[in-house]
Design a protein around this ligand. Structure first.
Ligand code: PAZ
Length: 270
């Protein structure tokens, strides 16, 4: 069984892993470490390969920032947009250091291509966490984009007359996430509409079509006040506690999701 040429054999690899103690904090029980991938903010659609112009959307990234308070840059969303603050960077603990180059405190945003590439990379790397992984997909990802091969390389010239450009429909990656990238993970997507009459129907459709565990439905104007969590058998309204100044809707929302994620892990373990 031992290799003679210094290379490790398949049998040696198998024997090593078979005899190793279970990995702590990772596998096999409900208290194992959970990891949540949160996407937030808008994505841009570039119009030129050497991008000068792009299509943007309204999303401020507030949802994701508020939902991840307790992270390494907590409460940054509450800071004023002051260029002076951009001169500081955060280190471990509560130290704040001056930094030589200006680095924005706000999360950077990605274009449509980068967003999906990075999501794929993260999802595949989280696959081993099984049901302990959660995807909280609050980013406003464009439904339309210009394929790279159809895009002008250089800055589009206004001298060429009116701009006539075809945007194609973006492939829906949520089903691929569920089926291939991280099939055991707990997946929550968001659905935004401006027309309240179609919101719940669209959220329901997304739940079924992409096999999400939950879809958080929200309307543009009230998105910071209330959301409705759509599951296979319930529609659960979640509201900001208006009696508490400074309260937000993300707090009760996250409490609900933690509870549902625990149930998901328990189901998968039994
Ligand atoms: O980023 P933000 O806090 O301004 O807004 C949050 C949101 C409306 C982008 C998010 O809650 C959401 O619904 N995201 C999915 C949007 C969509 O339907 O593509």
């Amino acid at each position: 069984m031992e290799s003679t040429n210094g290379l490790v054999t398949d049998a040696e690899i198998k024997s090593f892993f078979d005899s190793a103690p279970p990995l702590r904090d990772r596998v096999g029980n409900g208290s194992a470490r959970r990891v949540v991938c949160v996407t937030s903010g808008g994505t841009t659609v570039p119009l030129e390969q050497r991008c000068v112009r792009y299509i943007d959307n309204f999303s401020s990234g507030h949802r994701g920032a508020t939902s991840t308070e307790g992270s390494c840059q907590p409460y940054c969303r509450s800071l004023p947009e002051d260029p002076l603050l951009e001169c500081f960077e955060f280190t471990n603990g509560s130290n704040v250091q001056g930094c030589s180059s200006r680095s924005p405190v706000k999360t950077s945003f990605y274009n449509h291509f980068e967003y999906l590439q990075i999501l794929q990379m993260i999802a595949i790397s989280m696959r081993n966490l099984g049901p302990h992984a959660m995807f909280y997909l609050a980013a406003a990802v464009s439904d339309f984009y210009v394929p790279w091969k159809d895009m002008a390389e250089h800055k589009i010239q206004s001298a060429s007359g009116p701009l006539d450009m075809r945007l194609v429909q973006a492939p829906k990656m949520l089903s691929v996430l569920r089926k291939e990238w991280a099939p055991m993970a707990f997946c929550i997507s968001f659905k935004l509409e401006t027309d309240s009459k179609i919101l719940l129907e669209k959220a329901d459709m997304a739940l079924k079509k992409y096999k999400m565990h939950m879809v958080v439905a929200n309307e543009l104007v009230t998105r910071n006040e209330e959301v409705i969590v759509v599951t296979a058998d319930k529609k659960i309204p979640v509201c900001r506690d208006k009696t508490q100044p400074g309260s937000d809707v993300e707090n009760p929302l996250i409490e609900l999701l933690v509870e549902k994620h625990s149930a998901h892990i328990k189901d998968a373990d039994t």
